[in-house]
Design a protein around this ligand. Structure first.
Ligand code: FES
Length: 80
C-alpha cells in the first residue's frame, strides 16, 4: 500500500489543499485504487512558501497546484 499525504496546514489550506484532496479522492475511486493508495492529510511540513505540499510514502514533499494535481497523480500512480 502506498501513502499519499497532503498538507493541510494553514498556508497549504489557503492554496487549495482541500481541492487537491478531492481530486486525489476522485482519481483513486475512478481508477479503483482504494486498496493500493492510502490518502491522508498531514500538518505543515515546513514547505509553506511553495504550492501545496504532497508527499508520497513519506518522502520529500512535492509542490502541487490545484491545476497540476491531476497530472501529478497520473504521473506517480498511473504511469509507473
Ligand atoms: S502549511 Fe503546508 S507546508 Fe506549511
Amino acid at each position: 500500500m502506498r501513502k499519499l499525504s497532503v498538507c493541510v496546514g494553514s498556508s497549504c489550506h489557503l492554496k487549495g489543499a482541500y481541492d487537491i484532496i478531492k481530486i486525489f479522492e476522485k482519481m483513486i475511486k475512478e481508477n479503483k485504487l482504494e486498496d493500493e493508495i492510502e490518502l491522508s492529510a498531514e500538518f505543515c511540513c515546513g514547505n509553506c512558501t511553495r504550492p501545496v505540499s504532497v508527499k508520497i510514502d513519506n518522502g520529500d514533499p512535492f509542490s502541487v497546484t490545484r491545476e497540476g494535481a491531476y497530472d501529478f497523480f497520473k504521473k506517480h500512480f498511473l504511469e509507473e
